[in-house]
Structures are given as C-alpha cells and as structure tokens.
Ligand binder design. Structure first.
Ligand code: F3S
Length: 64
C-alpha cells in the first residue's frame, strides 16, 4: 500500500497537486492540501503532482 503524506507545515496552498491529481488531493479549510484518496489517481499522476509541488510538501512512500 502506498502512503502519501502532505507536510501541512510546508504546504503553501498553491493547489498544484489538486489541479493535477484532483481525485487524490483536496484542499482543506485551512487551504492546505490533504489526501482524500490514496489511490484516487494512477501512480504516475500522483508522482507528477508530488514533483510539481513548488515546496516539495508531498512525499510518497511506496512499499514493494
Ligand atoms: Fe500544497 Fe504543494 Fe499541493 S504547496 S497545495 S502540497 S502542490
């Protein structure tokens, strides 16, 4: 099971992750991203979203 973590202290609420992987990330009421569904989008999309975060707030932990 893959784990996705959003560091809410680091997140500046830019929303890129939500724009790219809208089935996985959502903005909460504090304008920070949170994971709504770990497997909401395919792996590549989630990876792209994480890599697109300007402050690298998203980490993906894959156990194989
Ligand atoms: Fe926050 Fe980065 Fe998403 S700043 S809203 S985690 S793209």
């Amino acid at each position: 099971m893959t784990k996705i973590n959003v560091n809410k202290d680091t997140c500046i609420g830019c929303g890129t992750c939500v724009a790219i992987a809208s089935n996985t990330f959502d903005m909460n009421s504090e304008n920070k991203a949170e994971v709504k569904k770990v497997d909401g989008d395919d792996k590549e999309t989630i990876k792209t979203a994480a890599e697109s975060c300007p402050v690298n707030a998203i980490s993906i932990e894959e156990d194989k």
